[in-house]
Design a binder for this molecule. Structure first.
Ligand code: KIV
Ligand code: ZN
Length: 509
């Protein structure tokens, strides 16, 4: 039997640390449910001490998860560790994940601690965590820039204090496959009792090597990998779970390791995460990009018609992509729409279904053919925004050579308010109306981007908006067959996320 590699998913923690990305509680619970369906072994649900919202999210995910281990991050101090344990109380299988930096640079500049102080902090923090839960992971932050002799002493200290998993992160994405693999081989070979714990990888993608480094570490003995859906995460992101899982499956001949990933759930997980975070997947992204199974050149298309294995090393179905993308029209009824939603992986409540069906009917009236991509955009836009504090109720725009005006009605915490504004173009008029109704003078618009969901002049528009305010950035998305309605929805979505982030910073402060 192939060696089993555990998948530790950190989409809800490191993934949520992506610039511009934030998820509310309802979104985190949806993602956690999909992560369980995807078959990950451990879900890192957040950093309980970071804010009240993070604590609630860890607690709610811990309560919801039926199978997966649920982890909370904690620094090497009593307050963090006790907060993590409190948030994990409802978990069937709780794990405290505590970390401290071990590189000379981080110890000196960031922690202002001597190496001996760091060893003492490891001893105390892991011992405390182990008194609170059975399952304790310890991470050596910036392991790849640490002195190997000191790293070995730090790992030995963590194991003696009771750590059950030892994670060696490439925090700044500095390693190469050879150096990262060698570090694991070295540590596993020289640290006493290394066979009593599981060694884990955690790779960032600053040099585009996160997945390659992860695979090298597995070959060197790591049996847990930390990764995120779509590879989202700090800066250039983390190793992408879908790439690791498919590499192990497609190249089982040279990578004879098994995971619990249900690969047919990959596309669903990818769409959900990009929908709730607003972080679009680049078209040429491996496994889940829109072009991952598209064939453009005549030679390739000819080969594909003869035998798809000429140009495809895996099938779209194996990662959960449905075959045909042409679906419904204005005569399609509820049953067909419900069936389509199920194929696309959505499980909606009755109210959500009614809202989505109403939007679908409006779209089908405006557009002859409704494609899978349209439905994904529509449901993500309609359903996932249902819990936002501010919602777009009505948009009216007057355009042309005689000037541009917007009349906008928003529902703000359940109260409707309307503003009429002029602007330098219709988008400017619209965004001024939003600013008038919900003042946020310290936030600036960093990006406004429009793309078409499908081909054709009647295609739905998908708009992305990025707002920045005092070091916080948030990304909002909106979809509609009217570009300006989509624009209002995207801006308001980013604003809702900004309110969530403001709340978090206030509590953290
Ligand atoms: O990148 C990193 O070092 C981390 C640790 C907190 C595990 O995310
Ligand atoms: Zn990280």
């Amino acid at each position: 039997m192939a060696d089993r590699v555990l998948i530790f998913d950190t989409t809800l923690r490191d993934g949520e640390q992506s610039p511009g990305c934030s998820m509310n509680l309802e979104e985190k619970l949806r993602v956690a449910a999909q992560l369980e369906a995807l078959g990950v072994d451990i879900i890192e649900a957040g950093f309980a001490i970071a804010s009240e919202g993070d604590f609630e999210a860890v607690e709610a995910v811990a309560r919801q998860c039926e199978r997966a281990i649920v982890a909370s991050l904690a620094r090497a101090n009593r307050a963090d560790i006790e907060r993590a344990a409190a948030a994990l109380r409802p978990a069937r299988r709780p794990r405290i994940h505590t970390f401290i930096a071990t590189s000379p640079l981080h110890m000196k500049v960031k922690l202002n601690k001597s190496p001996e102080d760091v060893l003492e902090a490891i001893r105390e923090s892991v011992t405390l965590a182990r008194n609170l839960v059975e399952d304790v992971e310890w991470s050596a932050e910036d392991a790849t820039r640490s002195d190997p002799d000191f790293l070995a002493r730090a790992i030995e200290t963590a194991i003696r204090a009771g750590a059950t998993t030892i994670n060696l992160p490439d925090t700044v994405g500095y390693a190469t496959p050879e150096t990262y693999g060698a570090m694991f081989r070295d540590m596993i070979g020289r640290v006493p009792d290394s066979d009593r714990v599981i060694f884990s990888t955690h790779c960032h993608n600053d040099l585009g090597l996160a997945v390659a480094n992860t695979l090298a570490a597995i070959m060197a003995g790591a049996r847990q990998v930390e990764s995120t859906v779509n590879g989202i995460g700090e800066r250039a992101g983390n190793a992408a779970v879908e790439e690791i899982a498919m590499a192990l499956r497609v190249r089982h001949d040279v990578l004879p390791y098994a995971t619990g990933i249900v690969t047919g759930e990959i596309t669903r997980a990818s769409r959900l995460v990009s929908g709730v975070t607003g972080m679009h997947v680049q078209p040429n992204k491996a496994i889940v990009g829109a072009n991952a199974f598209a064939h453009e050149s005549g030679i390739h298309q000819d080969g594909m018609l003869k035998d798809s294995s000429t140009y495809e090393i895996m099938t779209p179905e194996s990662v959960g992509q449905s075959h045909s993308s042409l679906v419904l029209g204005k005569h399609s009824g509820r049953a067909a729409f419900r069936d389509k939603l199920e194929t696309l992986g959505y499980q909606l409540s009755d109210n959500e279904f009614q809202d989505a069906f109403r939007r679908f009917k409006d779209l089908a009236d405006a557009k002859k053919q409704v494609f899978d991509e349209d439905i994904v955009a529509l449901v993500d836009d309609e359903v996932l925004r249902g819990h936002d504090r501010i919602q777009v109720t009505e948009v009216e725009i007057y355009c042309g050579s005689n000037g541009q005006r917007a009349i906008l009605t928003l529902s703000i915490d359940g109260q409707e308010a309307t503003a009429a504004t002029k602007g330098n173009g219709p988008v400017d008029a619209l965004f001024r109306a939003i600013r008038q109704l919900v003042p946020h003078e310290h936030a600036s618009l960093q990006l406004y981007e429009v793309s078409a969901v499908t081909a054709g002049t009647d295609a739905q528009a998908e708009v992305s908006v990025v707002l920045a305010e005092e070091g916080r950035t948030t990304r909002g998305v909106g979809a509609h067959h009217d570009t300006l309605v989509a624009s209002a929805r995207a801006y308001v979505n980013a604003l809702n996320k900004l309110l969530v982030k403001r709340g978090r910073s206030a509590l953290a402060a």
